[in-house]
Design a protein around this ligand. Structure first.
Ligand SMILES: Nc1ncnc2c1ncn2[C@@H]1O[C@H](COP(=O)(O)OP(=O)(O)OP(=O)(O)O)[C@@H](O)[C@H]1O
Length: 369
């Protein structure tokens, strides 16, 4: 299906709920046409508020929101387009199905309002229910379904009206792990096929990494970084993003520690480095000779945590605890010494304010990839 899905842009968007700090603070964000943007961040960072402002369900305190070439909300220009005129499909965490209507009638609802003919309605509803694997429940009422099943119905209801913009607020949070995985793949496939512009709120970094074309990381109402998922992962803009994205998180080592000073001396960076970072999968256990472009150190094993497909190891060097992840078996036991290596190209450097230092060379050597 050819799509005319629009770009969504936010300029200086600010939200105050009256008391307390700003929920969203001067947000500039461009979500390109047909992109799948995840708003990612910890609880309370302003993700839901941002989504609700895009939907028109929350007033802006300041700023402008444009969808395609249409201003839908602008405090300086005094413009406000109501939610139903914004051409968006919404799915929120609380799926808000009509309790007195069957699943079929719920999914059909938006089509009836649009006066779609009965035969066409039936086909569209069947397709949407099949996509969400919930066709078997067509004649049931929402109260007869589990939370996860209701969520699938609300996704089907949204898909049925074929909006150009999909706004989703943690729509997979009530699903069990397996279904969540399936639905991630399903949503990604749908997006690739239909080319909607999607804005998806999540606090789950894995969800953002696996589905998004763009990730907007937020903290305390402030945008920290907007970039492609792998860019966010490999070149985090600051220590907050570095730690929030990735599991186990990036090791962030103060340069006042022995190992931090050693890494810093090895790097000889130009800037004033306060923190060096290294992803757990870039700390290698060395059994033979160390690679040339790496610095090595001895560490004491605290615990080895096998996950089945990899080994997460927590080690201590001096007082500093470091996590490493190995795809090769690590047979060491607690208290044993491991020789570890970190490629120069996989070290990240951050200044006193936590911002990534310009010119740092993370991910530039082959060995680090
Ligand atoms: N209706 C409201 N009245 C007052 N404060 C609110 C209201 N809604 C949200 N807030 C506050 O605004 C801030 C941002 O909330 P928001 O719900 O946007 O965050 P979030 O990142 O979506 O968090 P979560 O993942 O927990 O939903 C929080 O500090 C929250 O307490």
């Amino acid at each position: 299906m050819a799509s005319t899905a629009p770009t969504i842009s936010l300029k200086g968007v600010t939200k105050s709920y009256g008391t307390g700090p700003l929920a969203v603070d001067n947000l500039d964000l461009v979500m390109p046409a047909r992109s799948f943007t995840c708003l990612l961040g910890p609880s309370g960072c302003g993700k839901t508020t941002t989504l609700r402002m895009i939907a028109g369900l929350e007033n802006l305190t300041d700023g402008t929101i444009t969808i395609g070439d249409r201003i839908v909300d602008s405090v300086p220009d005094g413009v406000f387009v109501p939610p139903e005129k914004r051409g968006m499909g919404l799915v929120f965490q609380n799926y808000a199905l009509w309790p007195h209507l069957t699943v079929r009638a719920n999914v059909e609802f938006g089509l009836r309002i649009r006066k779609v003919a009965a035969a066409e309605r039936r086909k569209v509803v069947d397709d949407a229910l099949a996509t969400m694997q919930i066709g078997w429940a067509a004649d049931r009422y929402p109260s007869q379904l589990s939370g996860g099943q209701q969520q699938r119905v609300s996704l089907a209801r949204m898909l049925a009206v074929k909006p150009e913009v999909l706004l989703l607020d943690e729509p997979l949070s009530n699903l069990d792990a397996r279904l969540r995985l399936e639905m991630r793949a399903e949503l990604k496939r749908l997006h690739e096929e239909t080319g909607h512009t999607v804005v998806f709120v999540t606090h789950d970094q894995l969800e953002a990494m696996t589905m998004a074309t763009h990730v907007a990381v937020m903290k305390d109402g402030v945008l920290q970084q907007l970039a492609a998922p792998l860019e966010v992962y490999h070149r985090p803009a600051n220590t907050f993003v570095a730690e929030f994205v990735g599991s186990p998180p990036m090791n962030l080592i103060d340069t006042t520690t022995a190992i931090g000073a050693q890494a810093c001396a090895y790097l000889r960076p130009a800037g004033d480095v306060a923190t060096v970072g290294v992803r757990p999968e870039h700390v290698r256990v060395v059994t033979g000779p160390a690679p040339d472009d790496a610095f090595t150190f001895d560490a004491t094993v605290k615990a080895v945590l096998p996950t089945g497909s990899s080994w997460t190891v927590s080690v201590l060097t001096g007082d500093t605890e470091i996590y490493l992840v190995s795809t090769e078996p690590v047979a060491a036991r607690g208290g044993e010494t491991l020789r570890c290596a970190v490629a120069a190209g996989s070290l990240h450097t951050f200044g006193k304010d936590g911002a990534r230092l310009a010119g740092d060379n993370a991910m530039e050597t082959e060995w680090a990839r």
